[in-house]
Write a protein that binds this ligand. Structure first.
Ligand code: SF4
Ligand code: MG
Length: 328
């Protein structure tokens, strides 16, 4: 399968300004040298705590945020230097679904008007055709024509997310970047929306990037999962492999609802202690060393590279450096 998206050395740094004249005194390295690919038709989950840079990564891919550095190729084209006009054409193929559809749905517009907007932007001039398509997609996401004349506040959270998904589908995209699409929903509703997304993926041959803070949510929908910590991918591999053989201590901690081995504790259980450090002032060496139960001297000094530790399984951790892949 071809790579629909390739990301190479992506960085997004936000300058920190101080004082009357806004002098730049540093940078928040929200996304700090991230590389990955997404295969056509697959779902890549991106997971990490709030502030790890996963949303910023998602937004930088479509240049809702302008990357500081790095290259993003979509469908074989380097879109990093595309003009605003060319980007608009790309955006019909890359749509976003957000956590809070309510915030992104204009409260004064009917659902019909909200869904018509992307069609108008992308040149569907025939009002009758637009209407047909809107009604068709309302049905596809589990709503109906009756809902078209209503306003966003008249819907439940789950229904609003269905509308957000319908809006993303209006332009027949190839890739959907969903940023915490179910995090605001009740657990029972989460499953419904996840099932809908999986059905739509098959029906429309969609490729997904699914961003979430909760590994449990992304597990079943993702083919592969990237774990982010302080602006970097620390581990990336197949979803099942990640759950069965997590290599990076941070991934192990994220899975710590499931106990993980701890050299200092008899119960074979480690709980992640402390908060994530500020991305404006990340720890030296391995950024996870302030919270890692396996920390060694080298960890405070050298940044571990994201390396293929066994076929298809990449992790950035000094524990595995110098190990033969057969020994893992
Ligand atoms: Fe822990 Fe060191 Fe691995 Fe970082 S490199 S995760 S501090 S063992
Ligand atoms: Mg976020």
């Amino acid at each position: 399968t071809k790579h629909l998206l390739e990301v190479d050395g992506l960085k997004k740094h936000f300058p920190i300004k101080k004082g009357l004249f806004g002098k730049t005194v540093g940078a928040v390295k929200a996304v700090n040298d991230v590389s990955f690919y997404v295969k056509e038709g697959e779902t890549l989950g991106i997971v990490g705590e709030s502030g790890c840079g996963k949303s910023t990564t998602g937004r930088s891919l479509v240049r809702l945020l302008e990357p500081t550095e790095g290259k993003v190729s979509f469908d074989g084209q380097d879109i990093t230097k595309f003009s605003a006009n060319d980007m608009r054409k790309v955006r019909r193929n890359i749509q976003m679904v957000f956590q809070d559809p309510y915030a992104s749905l204009n409260p004064r517009h009917t659902i019909e008007k909200i869904l018509a907007e992307p069609l108008i932007v992308h040149g569907m001039k025939d009002a009758k055709k637009r209407k047909e398509k809107i009604y068709e997609f309302l049905e596809i996401v589990g709503l109906n024509a009756f809902h078209a004349k209503r306003y966003p506040h008249q819907f439940s959270g789950g229904q609003r997310q269905r509308i957000g998904i319908a809006r993303a589908l209006m332009t027949n995209p190839k890739l959907i970047i969903a940023d915490e699409p179910v995090s605001a929903l009740d657990v029972s509703i989460q499953a419904q929306v996840l099932n809908l997304m999986q059905d739509l993926q098959k029906e429309f041959n969609l490729t997904y990037i699914f961003i979430a803070h909760d590994l449990g949510v992304v597990r079943h929908i993702s083919d592969r999962i990237a774990v982010m910590y302080l602006g970097k991918i620390v581990e990336i591999t197949d979803s099942n492999e990640l759950h069965q053989n997590p290599m990076h201590p941070y991934t192990q901690a994220l899975l710590s609802a499931v106990p993980i081995p701890d050299p200092h504790h008899d119960e074979n259980e480690v709980v992640l202690e402390g908060d994530m450090p500020s991305p404006a002032n990340p720890p030296t060496g391995c950024a996870f060393h302030t919270r890692c139960p396996f920390k060694m001297d080298v960890c405070t000094k050298a940044v571990p590279e994201l390396k293929e530790q066994k076929p298809g399984h990449f992790a950035a951790c000094h524990l595995y450096n110098g190990t033969n892949s057969n020994d893992i």
